[in-house]
Design a protein around this ligand. Structure first.
Ligand SMILES: Cc1cc2nc3c(=O)[nH]c(=O)nc-3n(C[C@H](O)[C@H](O)[C@H](O)COP(=O)(O)OP(=O)(O)OC[C@H]3O[C@@H](n4cnc5c(N)ncnc54)[C@H](O)[C@@H]3O)c2cc1C
Ligand code: FES
Length: 280
């Protein structure tokens, strides 16, 4: 079976819903036709268009690693019309999924390197697909040390607590650093913004690639901090979140200069980003 029409959504059933934070839920979904998994071969960093019948579509990163087969996971923040409706949905209910779209994290280029993931808020969702891909037993030997620096406004706003505090720290040669923006009763971990914690940790750029995703303001200061620490433009990988519609380079909704974020992105190196018009 091949994807005959790249705009056609495939019907999927929600099989599990995880409450991550007060406004983020993770939805596990399974295609009704198991044959669709044979053609829906996502790579870490790619996105899908999720549709809810009678409501519309939204672009959502595939947060599950391709090494976890037979289901897809999407972590969705409630911000508007579609995301509010999906937040009310329960296991057994149907959605449409089309994709996978966009480029992916350059995991081949990262082989043999140490990896530093830097995430903020819901920005950990796309990073998680690569983190779990790299940490999968079949891939772990291809990569060096894995470090994950993640922050959110408060402890309640931390996504994927089961990964941050349980699954990932148990993995070999893996370290997780978590921070929240402001002090909080009962929180004895780090307090401060992600870029400030990054400067404090001052990770050595030697043989390292950093992959960052989060709110634009966090990305801006993280990129500045990394440059100050001596990271080259090719050692810094990030994602751009520009509103999309078709997902296949046809409608022009996600156009920046000569690039379409839906096909040329959402993953860019800092070198790529510097070639884009300055407003981005
Ligand atoms: C490449 C990419 C990956 C994404 N991955 C995720 C993800 O993993 N999880 C997740 O929760 N969200 C993700 N998003 C954002 C998600 O697409 C939007 O939040 C969603 O489309 C909002 O739909 P809605 O109908 O609920 O909101 P709407 O009712 O359409 O909008 C609500 C408000 O949010 C604004 N808005 C909507 N989408 C965007 C956007 N993309 N950028 C800036 N402002 C926007 C609108 O202008 C409006 O003010 C991603 C977006 C892109 C482009
Ligand atoms: S979303 Fe239509 S061209 Fe990118």
């Amino acid at each position: 079976m091949a994807l005959e029409n790249p705009l056609l959504p495939y019907i999927a059933t929600i099989t599990k819903v995880i409450d991550e934070t007060p406004d983020v839920k993770t939805f596990q979904m399974v295609f009704d036709d198991p044959g669709v998994f044979e053609v829906f071969k996502q790579k870490p960093g790619q996105v899908a268009q999720i549709s809810i019948f009678g409501v519309g579509e939204a672009t959502i990163s595939i947060t599950s690693s391709p090494t976890r087969t037979g289901m897809l996971e999407f972590s969705i923040k409630k911000v508007g019309r579609l995301t509010s409706v999906i937040h009310q949905m329960e296991p057994g209910m149907k959605v449409g999924i089309r994709g996978p779209y966009g480029n992916h994290f350059p995991y081949e280029m990262m082989k043999g390197k140490d990896l530093l993931f830097i995430g903020g808020g819901i920005g950990l969702a796309p990073l998680r697909s690569l983190i779990d891909f790299v940490l999968a037993p079949e891939n772990r030997k291809d990569y060096g040390k894995v470090e994950i620096l993640y922050g959110a406004r408060s402890s309640a706003d931390l996504c994927f607590k089961y990964d941050l505090f349980d699954n990932w720290p148990k993995q070999p040669d893996t370290k997780v650093y978590v921070t929240i923006d402001r002090p909080e009763e009962g929180w004895d971990g780090h307090v401060g913004f992600v870029p400030a914690y990054l400067e404090e940790l001052n990770p050595n750029p030697q043989n390292k690639v950093t992959i960052t995703c989060g709110p634009p303001i966090m990305i801006k200061f993280v990129l500045q901090a990394l440059e100050k620490m001596g990271y080259s433009e090719d050692q810094v990988v990030t994602t751009l979140e520009l509103k999309m519609k078709c997902g296949i380079g046809k409608c022009g909704r996600c156009n920046i200069g000569s690039k379409f974020v839906c096909v040329d992105g959402p993953v860019f190196t800092l070198r790529d980003l510097k070639k884009l018009p300055p407003e981005f």
